[in-house]
Design a protein around this ligand. Structure first.
Ligand code: PMT
Length: 225
């Protein structure tokens, strides 16, 4: 029985990939399945929180007692997050595209026989959703994820600082048995003091439950009741 460690708190969670349009038929995306974010939403609801889950395109059922908002692009995801503010805790598990094609063509791009050299796309930056929300005056307690393929803890620690986060969950996405699209994960939670807590490989549902307890124990006193 999960203790109601987040009773009455408003928790906003982002999950899944984003899709950045090239034309009406093609888009840029990534391998995120949304499983980690959906497990976090389920665990937060079990822990008594009022959960809003903002999801990129995924093939997952909505966890019980969770309010779900579906989006496609990073820009739509930011808008949906801002509409869900204020909240007490933000957990950004979504794999948000850093760039989108400068122009999404209105019609399907045709193969250009005169230009056998292929298709050149000009990509421009997307907003950093987590960093944007963490800069707000009414900023929530911010938990980020770091998806790294090398120097995992160093990169995660600099993201914690650069994005003004309270906690960051580091996971190695080079491994095929954890991270993207797997049922299991293995993570290291890092706090502002540099304290590291390793959660060994387990089902994402179990990792999510352990993370809820760890997040609750880091909340500043006024909001954890
Ligand atoms: O969805 P699954 O298949 O279960 O896989 C889970 C996961 C690997 C996607 C997840 O555990 C994970 O690591 N999510 C974060 C992926 C990611 O984009 O990490 P990042 O290091 O590129 O981004 C750092 C943080 O900034 C993340 O919290 C991300 O949500 C956020 N971000 C990044 C870019 C951006 N434009 N806006 C953001 O909010």
């Amino acid at each position: 029985f999960a203790r109601q460690v987040l009773a009455g708190l408003r928790v906003l969670i982002t999950a899944g990939p984003t899709q950045e349009s090239i034309d009406p038929v093609r888009y840029i995306s990534n391998h995120s399945s949304g499983k980690m974010g959906f497990a976090l939403a389920s665990a937060a609801a079990e822990a008594g929180a009022q959960v809003t889950l903002i999801a990129g395109p995924v093939h997952l059922p909505t966890p019980a007692r969770v309010k779900r908002v579906d989006v496609k692009s990073a820009r739509e995801m930011l808008k949906a997050c801002e509409a869900a503010m204020p909240c007490d805790v933000l957990i950004a598990a979504a794999a948000v595209a850093d760039y989108h094609p400068q122009t999404a063509a209105k019609q399907k791009l045709k193969k250009n026989p005169q230009n056998p050299n292929g298709l050149r796309l000009q990509l421009v930056c997307n907003p950093d959703i987590l960093a944007t929300l963490a800069q707000r005056k009414d900023r929530p307690f911010c938990v980020g994820f770091a998806a790294e393929t090398e120097h995992l803890l160093e990169h995660a620690t600099s993201k914690l600082r650069d994005k003004n986060l309270d906690l960051i969950v580091a996971n190695d996405v080079k491994r095929s048995d954890i991270g993207f699209n797997s049922d299991d994960n293995a993570v290291t939670l890092i706090d502002r003091q540099g304290q590291q807590t390793r959660l060994d490989k387990a089902r994402k549902s179990e990792i999510a439950r352990q993370l809820m307890g760890l997040i609750a124990s880091h909340l500043p006193s006024p909001i954890n009741g």
